[in-house]
Design a protein around this ligand. Structure first.
Ligand code: MG
Length: 305
């Protein structure tokens, strides 16, 4: 195996996790949670999304959150931005870094943002250009890379075409999303094999969902192929909208347990991260689905007995 000795985890819970939770978390609680996360050793936190608040009411307080947190040196604070309007709001709130997104599936893209893939490119291009002019780096998400709820399997040509186009625009890193948690290790290997013929491992992050229990296996496969950046959502926050009760995003704490056990460094303090997980679990008002949090919960029960 050729895994590297250090890995970077990008925490997407405050955005990707909370946008899929039914419970609305109060702004001051989001801010307090993010402040916990900032002191855990995480170096990158995606705070929120500057989409139309009517579309995602859970993140309707984007400005207040970005302006309200205590910024810690060495932590990059990012936000998702759908277009120029969202970018203006993000810049006004003085975000550190921008993330743009589109889907590898024509139907999913249309469902998500009501645009074809071809119609989405100029919008992202303008957003990237204006972000770079404002000295903000831009990260790109491609969703449904490993399968789409409407179209099924996505062709590697479709993935390559979008990847090439986004990199040409000046995006520094693409996060490959398994949006519905359908990927398996063989498929991850096949997709990465093709992408890594054109680009180096540093150009990609993996964004897995654990909906069907393959999240860590997929992460390990990517690690074995030299990938060193992974998205995680603390506690597995963010259930999958297509499968009620199922876990959504790969849990930061489960990923961390595996990496640290393998001797791979992350800079993240597990205890502090767990404190942050307990904090948000209490605010969400239900047991978080990550394995780590469940084990932790059981330990408390055993001690009480
Ligand atoms: Mg996700």
């Amino acid at each position: 195996m050729k895994w590297k000795d250090a890995v970077k985890i990008k925490e997407v819970g405050p955005r990707d996790g909370l946008q899929n939770e039914k419970t609305f978390i109060k702004t001051e609680d989001k801010i307090a949670w993010i402040n916990h996360l900032s002191h855990s050793g995480l170096e990158y936190i995606e705070l929120t999304s500057f989409v139309n608040p009517k579309l995602i009411p859970a993140l309707g307080d984007a400005e207040e959150v970005v302006k309200g947190i205590d910024r810690v040196n060495g932590v990059t604070y990012a936000a998702l931005v759908p277009n120029r309007r969202g970018l203006d709001r993000a810049l006004e709130a003085n975000i550190d870094e921008i993330a743009v997104f589109m889907s590898a599936s024509e139907t999913h893209n249309k469902e998500n943002i009501n645009k074809t893939i071809q119609e989405t490119f100029p919008i992202i291009k303008e957003t990237v250009k204006d972000s770079l002019s404002a000295d903000k780096k831009v990260r790109g998400y491609i969703s449904t890379v490993f399968g789409c709820p409407f179209e099924g399997k996505i062709s590697i040509d479709a993935i390559l075409r979008i990847t090439d186009t986004l990199f040409e625009m000046g995006i520094y890193e693409i996060s490959l999303g398994d949006t519905i948690g359908i990927a398996n290790p063989k498929q991850v290997q096949e997709v990465l094999n093709e992408l890594l013929k054109r680009y180096s491992t540093e150009k990609f992050a993996m964004h897995f969902h654990n909906t069907r229990g393959c999240g860590l296996a997929n992460a390990l496969t990517s690690l074995n192929m030299g990938i060193t950046t992974f998205d995680g959502s603390l506690g597995g926050l963010g259930g999958c909208p297509y499968a009620p009760g199922a876990t959504g995003n790969l849990a930061t704490d489960d990923l961390l347990y595996m990496l640290h056990g393998m001797g791979i460094k992350t800079n993240i303090d597990e205890k502090k991260l767990l404190q942050a997980a307990r904090y948000i679990q209490e605010k969400i008002g239900r047991q978080l689905p990550s394995h780590n949090m469940q084990v932790n919960q059981n330990k408390v029960c055993i001690n009480q007995i």
